[in-house]
Design a protein around this ligand. Sequence first.
Ligand code: FE
Length: 199
Amino acid sequence: MGHTGGYEALLQRVREIYGAQPALQAFAPFPNDLAPQAVTPRLRAPYALLRAETKLASRAFADLHAAIIAAGPEMLWRETYPEGHPETAFMERWGCFSIVGEGGPFASRQVRIFVVYMPARLYYPWHTHPAEEQYLVIAGQARFKRQGRQDEILSEGQVMEHESQEAHAIETEDHPVLCLVTWRSHLNTPPVLVPDTQA
Ligand code: FE
């Protein structure tokens, strides 16, 4: 049994972007084993922030941005890190849901595909995961930090990759950011926060 409406529209927008972006296909081909799965929607506060953004606009990916807004109430907004601790207070404004993978409307054994949203002036602290990861900036801008490397400020259309277990952090300044994120390995091991390795 397939999905209708918002989930399929969202997936179709992602498929189109993979088709148009060689860097995404080079990291991981668009999955060919997708299977619809039931979602238990859970809205979290960052969705309202995303909806209210007036400074977030995408030229090349406006259709995906619109599909994310439209499908938002039907998604499971993730509690990626245990809440209620000082170090996870950023979660109150950090938004993430799966399109492909656990909690999302489509299953695959090949990849996980997420949406990540951060409003302006938010710091997503250092973390690691065994999964190899790729970010595509859909709209806005953020500073991407990797252990032992120069920070990079990325905006729409730019891509960042994180190696397995490479510590990384993301910080927004004057602009919010909306990203499409792919994992291509170790799909079932969640990320963990780690101490600030650049202090
Ligand atoms: Fe990551």
